[in-house]
Design a protein around this ligand. Structure first.
Ligand code: KIV
Length: 283
C-alpha cells in the first residue's frame, strides 16, 4: 500500500464528529454539559476527548499574560489563542470570548468583531458578557448566523463597576436583576448561558426558569453544565483562588519539583547524559 493511501485510511478511521451548538442547546435538563477553558494547543489535546465545550476565555489575560483583570485582553490575543485551540481540537464545540471594548458599543460593532473571530479562528460560537443591556446585540448576532453564549452574574469585564470579584445577587433586588438579565439573553436567542458567582438558590431558580442550558461557575450543582478555568482545577494558577475552585490535581507542585531537579542536574553536570547527545562513539 502506498503511503498516501494508508494516510487516508487512518484519517477516515479516526474522524470525529464535532459537537455543535445545537447539540449543546438540546442538552438542557438532560446530560450535564462539561466545559473547561483552553488557551493553547498542547492543553487542548489533553482536554478535547473529555469535554463538550472548550471555552477560549478572556481569563487568559490573567492566567497566561499575568494581567490583573481581563480588561487588557485584545482581539488579537483572542484570535491567536482561539485559532490554536480550534486547530488542536477535533471533537469539542469551541467558543471564544469577545474581549472588553470589542462589542459593547453597538450591535454592528459586535457583529464585526464576532465575524472576525469566527472567520479567523474557526470557532463555533462567541461568548459575551451582559444581560438586559446586551439583549439587542445577542439578537442581532443570532439573526446573522453568530451563535452566542451569554454570561451573567459576576461579569469579570465589569469588575470595577461591580466593586471587585465578589458573588452577585445577594439581596432580592440584585437577584431579580440577574433573573431579568438571564431571561433577556435567553429570549434574544443565546444558545447557552454562563452563570458566574451568584447565590446558589438564584442559580437553581434561574436554571429552572430559562429555556437554554446554564453553565455554572461558582453557581449551583443544579446548573445544566459546569465550567472551570483549567489551570485553576489543575493547580497551575495560584495568583487567585476563589471558593468555587476545586483542585483536581496539584500539577504546579509537580512542575516545580521537576524544574528544581533539572536545574540541579545541569549545575551538577548530570544532564545531558551521553544518551541525549548525537554522534557519540561507542567505546
Ligand atoms: O474567561 C473565562 O474563562 C470565563 C469562564 C471562567 C466562564 O468566562
Amino acid at each position: 500500500m502506498a503511503w498516501g493511501e494508508e494516510d487516508r485510511r487512518v484519517s477516515v478511521a479516526t474522524e470525529t464528529k464535532r459537537i455543535s451548538v445545537r447539540d449543546i442547546r438540546e442538552r438542557k435538563g438532560a446530560e450535564p454539559i462539561v466545559v473547561l477553558t483552553a488557551y493553547t494547543a498542547p492543553m487542548t489535546v489533553l482536554l478535547d476527548p473529555h469535554v463538550d465545550v472548550l471555552l477560549v476565555g478572556d481569563s487568559l489575560g490573567m492566567v497566561v499574560y499575568g494581567l490583573e483583570t481581563t480588561l487588557g485582553v485584545t482581539l488579537e490575543m483572542m484570535i491567536a489563542h482561539g485559532a490554536a485551540v480550534t486547530r488542536a481540537s477535533r471533537r469539542a464545540c469551541v467558543v471564544v470570548d469577545l474581549p472588553f471594548g470589542s462589542y459593547q458599543e453597538s450591535p454592528r460593532a459586535a457583529f464585526r468583531t464576532a465575524a472576525r473571530v469566527m472567520a479567523e479562528t474557526g470557532c463555533a460560537a462567541v461568548k459575551l458578557e451582559g444581560g438586559v443591556e446586551m439583549a439587542e446585540t445577542v439578537s442581532f448576532l443570532a439573526a446573522r448566523g453568530v451563535p452566542v453564549m451569554g454570561h451573567v452574574g459576576l461579569r469579570p469585564q465589569s469588575v470595577h463597576a461591580l466593586g471587585g470579584f465578589r458573588a452577585q445577587g445577594r439581596d432580592e433586588a440584585a437577584a431579580k436583576a440577574i433573573l431579568a438579565d438571564a431571561e433577556a439573553v435567553a429570549a434574544a436567542g443565546a444558545f447557552a448561558l454562563v452563570v458566574e458567582g451568584v447565590m446558589e438558590p438564584l442559580a437553581r431558580q434561574l436554571t429552572g426558569q430559562i429555556a437554554i442550558p446554564t453553565i455554572g461557575i461558582g453557581a449551583s450543582p443544579a446548573c445544566d453544565g459546569q465550567v472551570l478555568v483549567t489551570e485553576d482545577m489543575l493547580g497551575l494558577f495560584n495568583a487567585f483562588r476563589p471558593k468555587f475552585v476545586k483542585r483536581f490535581a496539584e500539577l504546579g507542585e509537580q512542575a516545580e519539583a521537576a524544574i528544581r531537579t533539572y536545574a540541579g542536574d545541569v549545575r551538577a553536570r548530570r544532564f545531558p547524559g551521553l544518551e541525549h547527545c548525537f554522534g557519540v562513539r561507542k567505546p
